[in-house]
Design a protein around this ligand. Structure first.
Ligand code: NCD
Length: 300
C-alpha cells in the first residue's frame, strides 16, 4: 500500500484491498508464518472508546508477527483524564511505538492525530466516521464466503452513525457489487456518504423494509443501533429493536445468504441464527487477526 496512514476506506483502491486480503489468506493458512518478521516493532494501542475485537485482534496480530504492543489503557487511567489533548498524547506515544492504532469518539480524530506524528496512524474508529480495518476484514469474509463479484449486499440498521457501514459501503464500490440500504428513515445514510457513493458510481437504493429486498441478497450485513451517538436517548428508544433477524425472518432468504455483523450485537440477531449456515459473524470476527497481520506487515 502506498499510504503511510490508514484513515478512511476511501483511500483504498481495489489493488490495495486485494493485496491485503491475499496476504491475509497466507497468514490464515499459517498463523505463525510471520513469526519474527517484525520482532523489533512496537504497536501503540490508543483506545478512547470501548473495544474488544479491534483492540485484541490488533494486539494478537502484532504479537503473531513477533512484535509487541503498548496500551494506553482506559481514558480514566491515562493523562487524558487530566485534560491532555489528543495532539499531545499522540506526540508523546509516537516516541514509544512504531505505529499507532487509534479509536476515538470524535469524527476526524484519526486524521487530526496523523497530522502531528511521523509514525503511521491506523484509524480504528473515529466517532460516526470510518473504520477501515473492520472493512478489510468484512471484505475478506465476503470474498471467502460469496466471492467479491456479481453480488447483492444488503446493509441494515444504523446507517447514520455506523462507521463500519460508511467504510464498507465505500470500499464495495471498487467491486462488482450492488448495495441495498435498509434502515429506519431517521437512520438513513448521511448525505455526505450518499454523495461519495454516487460519485464512486454506486446506485444508492434505500429501503425501510428488509422484506422488500431480502430474497435478492447474497450477504446481509446487520449493524447495532449506535446508542452512544444519539444526542437524545428518546430518539434511540424509538428505533431500538426495530430491525431484528430471527429464523422466521430468514425463511424467504436465499439458502446461501451470509449474515454478517461487525459485533457487538445487542438484539439484532436472534441466537437461534448462530447455529445455521447463514451465521458468518463469528468467523468474521476471527478473521480480524490474519487481516490485521497483513495490514501491519504492509505498513511496517
Ligand atoms: C464496531 C465499531 O466499533 O464501530 N465494532 C467493531 O469494531 N467490531 C461496531 C459497533 O460498535 O457497533
Amino acid at each position: 500500500m502506498r499510504h503511510d496512514h490508514l484513515i478512511s476506506a476511501k483511500q483504498l483502491s481495489r489493488g490495495d484491498i486485494e493485496d491485503v486480503l491475499d496476504r491475509a489468506d497466507e497468514f490464515e493458512a499459517d498463523p505463525n508464518g510471520g513469526a519474527g518478521a517484525h520482532s523489533d516493532a512496537l504497536l501503540g494501542l490508543l483506545f478512547f472508546e470501548p473495544s474488544t475485537r479491534t483492540k485484541m485482534s490488533f494486539d494478537a496480530a502484532m504479537k503473531r508477527l513477533g512484535g509487541g504492543t503498548i496500551d494506553m489503557g482506559s481514558v480514566d487511567s491515562s493523562s487524558v483524564k487530566k485534560g491532555e489533548s489528543l495532539a499531545d498524547t499522540v506526540r508523546v506515544i509516537e516516541g514509544y511505538a512504531d505505529a499507532l492504532v487509534l479509536r476515538h469518539p470524535s469524527e476526524g480524530s484519526a486524521k487530526l492525530a496523523s497530522e502531528f506524528v511521523d509514525v503511521p496512524v491506523v484509524n480504528a474508529g473515529d466517532g460516526a466516521g470510518h473504520h477501515p480495518t473492520q472493512t478489510l476484514l468484512d471484505l475478506y469474509t465476503i470474498r471467502k464466503n460469496a466471492g467479491l463479484e456479481d453480488l447483492t449486499v444488503g446493509i441494515m440498521g444504523d446507517l447514520k452513525y455506523g462507521r463500519t457501514v460508511h467504510s464498507l459501503a465505500h470500499a464495495l464500490t471498487n467491486f462488482d457489487v450492488e448495495q441495498r440500504f435498509i434502515s429506519p428513515k431517521s437512520l438513513r445514510l448521511p448525505q455526505g456518504v450518499r454523495y461519495d457513493l454516487s460519485r464512486a458510481g454506486a446506485d444508492v437504493h434505500e429501503h425501510t423494509d428488509l422484506e422488500d429486498v431480502l430474497g435478492e441478497l447474497d450477504v446481509l450485513y446487520v449493524t447495532r443501533i449506535q446508542r452512544e451517538r444519539f444526542p437524545d436517548e428518546n430518539e434511540y428508544r424509538k428505533v431500538a429493536g426495530e430491525y431484528r433477524i430471527d429464523a422466521a425472518t430468514l425463511e424467504s432468504a436465499k439458502p446461501e445468504l451470509s449474515v454478517m455483523h461487525p459485533l457487538p450485537r445487542v438484539d439484532e440477531i436472534a441466537p437461534e441464527i448462530d447455529g445455521t449456515d447463514h451465521a458468518t459473524y463469528f468467523e468474521q470476527a476471527h478473521s480480524g487477526v490474519p487481516v490485521r497481520m497483513a495490514l501491519l506487515d504492509h505498513m511496517l
